[in-house]
Ligand binder design. Structure first.
Ligand SMILES: Cc1cc2nc3c(=O)[nH]c(=O)nc-3n(C[C@H](O)[C@H](O)[C@H](O)COP(=O)(O)OP(=O)(O)OC[C@H]3O[C@@H](n4cnc5c(N)ncnc54)[C@H](O)[C@@H]3O)c2cc1C
Length: 562
């Protein structure tokens, strides 16, 4: 990625064919799709890339088994096909995980679930609806070329316990086993942004769009405020795309449409907590955990921790800074305590986060639609396109839908290529040359997170032994990543590094409570950004407030309360 200074220069006062507002997965996808079809593209992100919902998801690339219950078959099928494509396009970053739905001797077998899983299997196949000739002529004939999940099956007690030893005290009878995929949502966003840049897109964070400029009633660009200087900068654009997710209804040109036509978003909050695997481990598998009243949550392995989520409640708080709700945390803990027969409290948590889903109100209170899983594309009279809703999994389809609309209205011949564009470049951990002190856990994590670009991180660690040290003792994230975050990913604050470049703020919150614990990150960033000693000190001192704002450390809050 260009440095921020270079990006400002490349964007300010220029004209682009496509201007994307929002640097979450949807905006990143639109930038990649448009740039790869030959458009000149600029993308502006108000805060940090993926700072909104795209860093706060459950990190699953999945069809969404539970949407089958609502008979959202089209949505599930679409997401399952994207899941398969993502494993193929980003094999280092999107990986299959076995999911278990255990049952216990006192319970009756959930027949409905077996039927649902059969449908899930069938819908995941790329063969559905394709003629034999089409199959023969496509690469999909080559089974080895595409990852394709095994069909679901029932596993017996012994296999359940082999996969998830933590269930031993519950004495499970058997379990359904099926597959879905996991990722790091922020890394996926950065990887898509990186590809967009390869096709010529320019992107800038710390760039809040404050006005959509109009010419003759048509959206003709935007004005944004650059965070570093506070300067208002204008950019001209033939097409403006609003990809601001749950904030989509805040971007509105002075359009001549009825107020009822403007989508109004009322959000719902989803909370997640992270647990040390010494306290609760699901091994390499994920578990679906009943959470009362027919609801289910899950416990997943993620970056060496157990990730538990999620809730789904109307949220009237500050959507700019959603924090995990206390009752939501208690609800998640009650469910895992019951299910795994453990007694965990807030004090045992190593991290937490919350995200918000958009629910669109149409103006008529009886006609609210939950578009959080369905993507919605709006075109208003200024010509601005708003794309919101959908899923992390379906970003590519949402981007295609948006850019198809542009192409159609301009009468261009420009087909979408994103199904064939690899996302980053895979690297095998064993091929990465690590300096002394950097172990296999670190190289494995670097290969997952950066793919081939892991070599850049390791080169820095080789040049300077200090950068080969872990940011948090005992965790595999290297100080060199703080340098790369600034040099190649426009990181501006310690929070950018700890919450979104690495995910340490969520995975090791108790070890990051003191200003001292983050001084090395601030110093590494300062070296790149030319900060004075005072600025380095200020950057480190800003971290505790940022962590508190995100609600990343519920154990600290519980400690203070009790
Ligand atoms: C709790 C929860 C769990 C989820 N789990 C999953 C899952 O496991 N799998 C899955 O597939 N999907 C999941 N989703 C859905 C998925 O996370 C979202 O669909 C996706 O992240 C939305 O991305 P987005 O880019 O549209 O929005 P966002 O990521 O919110 O991006 C919008 C961006 O616009 C920026 N912005 C806002 N205003 C301005 C402005 N004026 N100027 C410039 N920039 C601006 C914001 O800062 C933000 O970065 C989950 C969602 C939630 C809430």
């Amino acid at each position: 990625m260009l440095s921020r200074a270079a990006a400002i220069e490349a964007i300010a006062g220029q004209r682009f064919e496509v201007l994307v507002i929002g640097g979450g997965i949807t905006g990143a996808g639109v930038a990649l799709d448009a740039a790869s079809r030959g458009y000149s593209v600029a993308l502006l992100e108000r805060g940090d890339y993926a700072e909104g919902t795209s860093s706060r998801s459950s990190k699953m690339v999945h069809g969404g088994l539970r949407y089958l219950q609502n008979l959202d078959l089209g949505l599930v099928r679409e997401a399952l096909l994207e899941r398969q494509l993502m494993v193929q396009l980003a094999p280092h970053l999107v990986y299959p995980t076995p999911f278990l739905v255990p049952s216990f001797p006192e319970e009756r077998r959930q027949r409905g679930l077996g039927i649902g899983l059969n449908m899930y299997d069938v819908m995941a196949t790329t063969r559905v609806g394709r003629g034999r000739r089409e199959m023969r002529s496509s690469k999909q004939e080559d089974e080895d070329f595409y990852w394709s999940p095994d069909r679901h099956r029932t596993i017996d007690r012994d296999e359940v316990l082999e996969l998830v030893p933590a269930l031993a005290s519950r004495d499970p009878k058997d379990a359904y086993l099926f597959y879905d995929c996991q990722t790091d949502d922020v890394r996926l966003t950065f990887t898509v942004l990186g590809e967009a840049e390869r096709f010529g897109a320019v992107m800038l964070n710390g760039a809040e769009v404050v006005e959509v400029l109009e010419r003759g009633g048509k959206a003709a660009g935007v004005a944004f405020v650059e965070a570093g200087s506070g300067e208002r900068i204008e950019v001209e654009a033939d097409n403006v795309i609003n990809a601001t997710g749950v904030f989509a209804d805040r971007i509105r040109p002075e359009e001549t449409i009825e107020e009822e036509d403007v989508p109004r978003i009322s959000p719902s909050r989803g909370t997640h907590v992270l647990i040390d695997r010494a306290d609760l481990s699901t091994g390499d598998a994920a578990c679906i955990v009943p959470a009362g009243e027919g609801r289910a949550i899950f416990a997943l392995p993620w970056y060496g921790r157990t990730l538990v989520g999620t809730t789904d409640n109307d949220f009237e708080g500050d959507i700019d800074h959603p924090r995990p709700g206390e009752e939501d945390v208690a609800y998640l803990l009650d469910a895992v305590n019951d299910f795994f027969d453990v007694s965990l409290s807030e004090r045992d948590l190593v991290g937490a986060y919350a995200g918000v889903r958009p629910l669109i109100a149409t103006g008529d209170p009886k006609k609210s639609v939950d578009i959080s899983r369905k993507a919605e594309l709006y075109e208003t009279s200024s010509g601005m396109l708003t794309i919101t809703g959908g899923k992390l999994t379906t970003w590519r389809r949402m981007a295609k839908q948006t850019v198809d609309r542009l192409v159609e209205r301009e009468g261009r011949e420009a087909p979408c290529h994103t199904a064939e564009i690899p996302l980053g470049m895979e690297a095998r951990p064993e091929d990465l040359e690590a300096p002394a002190g950097v172990g296999e856990e670190a190289t494995g994590q670097l290969a997952f997170r950066y793919g081939h670009a892991a070599r850049k991180v390791l080169a820095l660690a080789r040049e300077d032994a200090k950068l080969a040290e872990p940011i948090v003792p005992g965790r595999p994230d290297l100080l060199a990543e703080a340098v790369i975050a600034v040099r190649s990913e426009q990181a501006r604050s310690v929070a950018d590094v700890l919450l979104r470049r690495t995910r340490l703020g969520l995975l090791a919150a108790p070890q990051l409570r003191s200003v001292d614990s983050v001084r090395s990150v601030a110093a590494a960033m300062g070296g790149e950004l030319g900060w004075s000693r005072r600025e380095i000190k200020q950057a480190a001192e800003a971290w505790p407030a940022a962590a508190a704002e995100a609600g990343a450390d519920p154990a600290a809050a519980a400690g203070r309360a009790g």
